[in-house]
Design a protein around this ligand. Structure first.
Ligand code: COA
Length: 123
């Protein structure tokens, strides 16, 4: 991951509190030749200890600002359908594209549906 960041292929944002790292999110900046204006938002995680205090929202806003700094005008992500993250993206204005049934494995086993979202940063 560090090599990707050093090469400008990814941006890695972290949040810290008095006890250390407590949140992170990534932007995948390196995209196909015909999509240089796009990035993927990925790997958003907030530690259990500071959840439900607005840190997830702050990380998304910071990722959006970082994407703009890199000249990106379109962001794409996917999230577990109906989960806490999906609610957060919708509240922050991300637009829902649709649901892919059985797209990903859950940690405890079994498949879950995934919702794809995009955010137009051009406006
Ligand atoms: C999804 C995740 C990133 C959210 O992080 P978070 O820091 O709790 O996010 P926020 O605090 O911004 O918002 C979460 C909830 O707290 C509420 N909240 C925010 N600030 C609040 C406050 N000051 N007082 C009360 N509630 C508050 C929000 O309204 C939201 O409510 P909802 O769940 O009913 O929609 C976190 O739960 C997580 O890491 N989950 C596991 C990993 C994961 O699913 N990652 C996403 C992969 S796509």
């Amino acid at each position: 991951m560090a090599q990707g960041v050093a090469a400008g292929e990814r941006a890695l944002l972290v949040a810290e509190d008095a006890r250390g790292l407590c949140g992170t999110v990534q932007l995948v900046l390196d995209q196909p030749e015909n999509q240089p204006h796009r990035a993927d938002l990925a790997k958003m995680l907030v530690h259990r200890r500071p959840r439900r205090q607005g840190l997830g929202a702050a990380l998304i806003r910071a990722a959006e600002a970082t994407a703009r700094e890199w000249g990106k005008t379109l962001l794409v992500l996917d999230a577990v359908t109906g989960g806490a993250a999906a609610r957060l993206y919708e509240r922050l204005g991300w637009e829902r594209v649709g649901v892919i049934p059985g797209h990903a494995l859950m940690p405890q086993g079994g498949l879950c549906d995934t919702t794809v979202y995009f955010r137009d940063l051009g406006g």
